[in-house]
Design a protein around this ligand. Sequence first.
Ligand SMILES: *Cc1c(COP(=O)(O)O)cnc(C)c1O
Length: 370
Amino acid sequence: MVDLVTQYENIKEEVQTSINSILEKAQFINGPDVHAFKEELEQYLGVKHVIPCANGTDALQIAMMALDLKPGDEVITPSYTYIATTEVMGLLRLKPIFVDCDPHTFNIDPEAIRKAITPNTKAIVPVHLYGQACNMEEIRAIAKEHNLFVIEDNAQAIGSDYTFADGSKVKTGTIGDIGCTSFFPSKNLGCYGDGGALCTNNDELAEKIKMIANHGQSKRYYHDRVGCNSRLDTIQAAVLRIKLRKLDEYIAARRKAAAYYDNFFAEFDQVKTPFRDEKTNHVFHQYTLQLEGVDRDGLVEHLAAKDIPAMIYYPVPAHRQKMFAELETECGDLTTTDWLTSRVISLPMHTELEEEQLAYICNSVKEFIK
Ligand SMILES: *Cc1c(COP(=O)(O)O)cnc(C)c1O
């Protein structure tokens, strides 16, 4: 699905020089690259504070802790997402309220959010799925109207822009109270291990987040609240500094591959290509087709036989996961979610796709659906 080997070949020297220098100075924890990366990412995103942490799941957990969400508090979230988004709610004994998504963007449906609000609702966690921003204009308005926190799960959409009706343009992850992202290797900005970050424009929240990620420590060995140990390694920060400089180029490569797929599949009724919301630029963490009357398992097998990976993201939506059976949850009408999980398929999508490879993938899909 991704070609991180070829991508590495192109930045190998820079990466090796940088990592070697860390090894020679043994600056593994909180080395200068961590602070430099934090500042460079703040600048790139146009946000006041970036707080690096150990992974995207931690970022979500820390965000919910920093907003002082308490057991039983209701949090409105899509069911159609990667498990990390909702798993941390289970861990903190919050009450996830699973709501449906829009059939075009696959993102949380603002109308469904409105219907799910109760006096116990404390937060909304929209997920910018596959690299396309949610309807943040509406979500922000709903949150304001009902005095709710917004935590953006930006793990799949870093670098994406969102344009509001008034013309203001911002990066995803900087719109809600807190934005969370992941630097898992296959993410659009990925390191060579685990990594994550939170961002916020709120000074007070930034302090709280920093404290929670560092054992609830206000000063060394003074622990004011329960926190966790969640740091970004210096080596990962060094890799991310190099890749952040290339992020826009990487996004452009993904969008170019997506345009190729779009163009090829336009004439086939059996596949529906990704919808493009004009308020945002899709950064294509995944390129996901909807199949119409095509045997999906058969197609996956057909592609596998031709050495083409294809994945189903996600075969089981959160509300149907066993992990929630024992926990307090609630579900809205999830018709679209269930319908989508039965018909989506993601094709290879990364920064190194050559036209020849794209043609091979497309023609292989065509062979099966024709
Ligand atoms: C990858 C991902 C996460 C979690 O990130 P990790 O770094 O793997 O913990 C959370 N939410 C979404 C939507 C993701 O895609």
